[in-house]
Design a protein around this ligand. Structure first.
Ligand code: LLP
Length: 424
């Protein structure tokens, strides 16, 4: 079995955070999301060490479990939030409001109000939004700090569904219109210009698009300074990729080595020394977590299909992006691979395939399949499709186990549904 980092094998069993995953399945049932706290902290610290002077605004969309947010708050992280819900969770977790940036291309007035009332900075996506925000800030007699989200027109080599800085993307203000936009904001009431923001995409395995983005942002900042607009922060977003299969992934240090010299040199001449902000999500969370699922059936049809108890209701990445997640047979973790299997979920859709044609040890009914690297965009993208309650989430830490989210029940599927009286 190929494990990496914090995963171990003992007596043929997969061990995470010092805890035997087979024992966890007996205690808590399956499916189960299991997260290793030590790995979250180690990933965060590795990132922070590479960027000691930068602010790290963890991308809450990747995993907004309250305990995860609390751990990162303890480590000193801020947050990039993309909805009122994520803002609510970040504040509940104790992330200070001055370390939160509210992003989003289509915020509701209620979300803007929530940010204004909580003194949270907003990354504004359009002039239309700026005007609405100004009215809301006026209503609350508040001065709201903003950045604009720039569309830098950069093409990172990643899945098209997660490239966000292409010129045709829905995010941000076109590069060419940025100066005019800032000028309008300069004279907009109740608005304080503080920063500039971009995010070019996700799962990026080459540092050069980040360098290109940094250069473009610094040039904009210099140009803005000529108009008397001095920024306090430059946020270049998240997007650092990880190795899901055998890809060579740059480390935070590799990223820092490329962008920091340009950032430091570029900002030296400016009146104010802007802070660098980064918004990693996947790098911090992806490899901290496994999804443990049980084989319900094994059948040989056109392929060897293993039907497990988790499907794209719990992990949509393979179906949505053809994403590869490594598979370990958790109760046979050191057995030799002998056959090729396709791991499929129980959802009534042929696209419900979690892993295709994997060479694995012999799989039988009730064997445990661990799907690796699911801590980012795993649970946070789950649904109740096909009437399937979501599973529990556990946190393991040096041999200890905590439930950090209870599994849902069948009644939870109905909890917010209301039967009109004539049907009762
Ligand atoms: N900042 C902004 C404004 C973002 O939109 C994102 C991700 C991030 C930061 C964090 O990016 P990261 O460091 O995690 O790559 N569901 C997809 C990924 C969508 C990413 C959306 N934005 C997936 O499962 O691959």
């Amino acid at each position: 079995m190929s494990t990496r980092g914090h995963l171990e094998v003992k007596n043929s069993h997969l061990i995470l955070g010092g805890v035997d995953t087979v024992t966890l399945s007996e205690q808590f049932g399956t499916p189960l999301y299991i997260t290793n706290e030590a790995r979250i902290r180690a990933n965060y610290r590795r990132f922070k060490e590479a960027f000691p002077d930068a602010e790290i605004y963890y991308a809450a969309k990747s995993n907004y479990n309250l305990t995860v947010l609390k751990i990162l708050a303890e480590e000193g992280a801020g947050a990039d939030v993309f909805s009122g819900g994520e803002l609510h969770c970040a504040l509940k977790a104790g992330i200070p409001s001055d370390k939160i940036l509210f992003n989003g291309n289509s915020k509701t007035d209620a979300e803007l109000e929530m940010a204004v009332k909580n003194n949270v900075r907003i990354s504004v996506d359009s002039l239309d939004e700026l005007r609405t925000l100004s009215e809301i800030a006026h209503k609350y007699d508040n001065l709201v700090g903003i950045s604009f989200r720039v569309n830098p027109d950069i093409s990172p080599r990643t899945h098209p569904k997660i490239a966000t800085g292409l010129k045709e993307s829905k995010f941000g203000i076109p590069f060419k219109e940025i100066i005019v936009t800032y000028k309008e904001a300069q004279s907009t009431e109740n608005i304080k210009i503080e920063g500039i923001h971009c995010h070019i995409g996700s799962q990026i395995l080459d540092v050069s698009p980040f360098l290109e983005a940094t250069k473009k942002m610094i040039n904009l900042v210099k140009e803005l300074a000529r108009f008397g607009i001095h920024l306090e922060f430059i946020d270049i977003g998240g997007g650092l990729g990880i190795s899901y299969e055998n890809e060579v992934a740059p480390s935070p240090k590799d990223l820092a080595d490329v962008i920091l010299p340009v950032f430091v040199e570029g900002t030296k001449a400016l009146e104010i020394h802007p802070k660098l902000v980064l918004e990693p999500g996947r790098y911090i969370m992806a490899d901290t977590t496994i999804l443990l699922t049980k084989a319900n059936t094994v059948k040989h049809a056109y392929r060897n299909f293993v039907g497990v108890d988790a499907g794209f209701n719990l992990l949509i990445r393979p179906a949505m992006y053809d994403a590869h997640h490594r598979i370990v047979v958790a109760n046979k973790a050191d057995e030799k691979s002998s056959s090729v299997y396709t791991i499929v979920g129980p959802i009534c859709e042929s696209g419900d395939v979690l892993a295709r044609d994997r060479f694995l040890p012999k799989i039988e009914k009730d064997d445990l399949i661990a799907i690796l690297d699911v801590g980012a965009y795993g649970f946070s993208m789950s649904s109740q499709y096909n009437g399937r309650p979501r599973c529990a989430e556990l946190l393991v830490h040096h041999g200890k186990v905590d439930i950090i989210r209870k599994e849902e029940s069948y009644d939870d599927l109905l909890v917010n549904q209301v039967l009109p009286s004539r049907f009762r």
